[in-house]
Design a protein around this ligand. Structure first.
Ligand SMILES: [Cu+2]
Length: 438
């Protein structure tokens, strides 16, 4: 058993060295799969269950005389939010968010940061208890890392929990372009209650205005894209599990809004944060938990067979770019104006008289094509039709026959006979529903 105290003694260091040498072969040679999926088979022998980063990957490391060495590279990248929308973004090691860093409480880490941007940067280790010279605030804690330079950070991990890393230099711009990553510290003593699937992702917003190719960092409120790990629905990976498995989802927020994270079909417990896994007495039962700007929240639940929506409950955050300034057309008969516009713009179709649902029908039908490089406001098709979502939305897919460690998409849920809402009438005057007397 390694404690903080005996780590400092020579015997403790030796014990740590032999412990970390166990990790090394597990990750040795593991190539980052930028397209999106960690190799579960490459993690055998780890003294912890690795996290699954939605649409992301985990940064391999090497062990140098008992110290875990990581290397981050800050650089400009081309990023796809979903097919049909790519942009020049900034990230780490080729992706936004950057790769997830995973280590264990009690580890000493050495993190090299190479700056391939054309302006200076730093990295702040968000939520970490560390010496002030390692905290990464440019100008305050260290000189800035100039273009082309490599700096090294080195500190002990004295806590466990869900953490993040991000620049603390021209922060507004660098984060607006996508520079951020998750940093998970596993508890040294193991998990008191075992976790079967451990997911993590970061919340973010982007001012990628219709028809443009670079997010605008100066925008404060009018964002166009709302993302889980820099992806919008339906490009966000589903959270898959086997019935009865204990699932943890770790959510960090580096966007400029708070996000009420809501899961259907289960009552979950909020069980942790950057403060680690909380004592059981502090767990709270919720169905929606606000993850505030700069906060981390861990939620846990037991998998129930089915397809369950998992999303931010701000309705505009499950939409893609929209014209916020257009007049409200609900209830407005636009037949006459449609006729007039068609005389100059053949094929023009007015929209929105009865609501906005027709938007997805029209865009998927090839009408109302927006500016280039612009996603429709609503996307995604399920087994019963358009899902009419975008942005911060994905699906928890739980199946009885999902193999442990299998994260592949099982397709849509097959509903048991008679266990699905169904049509009983097409007459609007059907039945005799009670109405409040006038
Ligand atoms: Cu939100």
């Amino acid at each position: 058993m390694i404690t903080r105290r005996n780590l400092i003694s020579g015997a403790g260091v030796g014990a740590l060295a032999s412990l970390v040498s166990v990790y090394k072969p597990a990750y040795a040679g593991q190539a980052p799969d930028v397209a999106g999926h960690q190799d579960a088979a490459g993690t055998a022998g780890l003294p912890y269950r690795p996290v699954k980063t939605l649409n992301g990957w985990t940064l391999p490391y090497r062990v140098n005389k008992g110290v875990k060495e990581f290397h981050l590279v800050a650089e400009e990248i081309e990023h796809e939010f979903a097919p049909g929308s790519v942009a020049k973004c900034w990230g780490y090691n080729g992706t936004t968010p950057g790769p997830t860093i995973e280590a264990v409480e009690g580890d000493r880490v050495r993190i090299f940061v190479t700056n391939r941007l054309h302006e200076h940067t730093t990295v702040h280790w968000h939520g970490f208890i560390l010496p002030p010279g390692m905290d990464g605030v440019g100008g305050l804690n260290q000189p800035h890392i100039q273009p082309g330079e490599t700096y090294v950070y080195e500190f002990d991990l004295v806590q466990h929990g869900t953490h993040m890393y991000h620049p603390h230099a021209d922060e507004m711009t660098q984060m607006a372009y996508g520079m951020m990553g998750s940093f998970i510290i596993h508890p040294q003593a193991g998990e008191q209650l075992a976790i079967d699937r451990d997911y993590c992702f970061l919340l973010h917003n982007w001012a990628l205005h219709p028809g443009t190719y670079r997010p605008n960092p100066a925008i404060m409120v009018d964002f166009d894209l709302w993302t889980f790990n820099s992806k919008v629905f339906p490009a966000i990976d589903p959270l898959v599990a086997r019935t009865g498995e204990r699932i943890r989802v770790r959510v960090g927020n580096l966007s400029m809004w708070n996000h009420p994270i809501h899961v259907h079909g289960v009552e979950y417990h909020v069980t942790g944060s950057d403060g680690g896994r909380w004592p059981r007495s502090q767990w709270r039962r919720e169905v929606t938990e606000i993850v505030g700007v700069g906060q981390m929240r861990d939620i846990e639940f037991t998998g129930v067979a089915g397809d369950w929506a998992f999303h931010c409950h701000m309705a505009h955050h499950t939409m893609n770019a929209m014209g916020h300034d257009i007049p409200n057309t609900t209830g407005v008969d636009q037949t006459a104006i449609q006729r007039e516009i068609r005389s100059i713009l053949p094929g023009y179709m007015a929209m929105g008289r009865f609501g906005m649902a027709e938007h997805q029908e029209h865009t998927s039908g090839g009408m109302h094509a927006g500016p280039e490089n612009t996603l429709p406001m609503m996307m995604g098709t399920g087994p019963f039709g358009n899902i009419e979502m975008g942005g911060m939305f994905t699906v928890v897919k739980v199946r009885d026959d999902m193999q442990p460690g299998d994260f592949s998409d099982p397709g849509w849920y097959q509903y048991p006979e008679g266990k699905i809402a169904r049509r009983v009438s097409t007459d609007p005057n059907f039945g005799n529903p009670p109405r409040r007397p006038a």
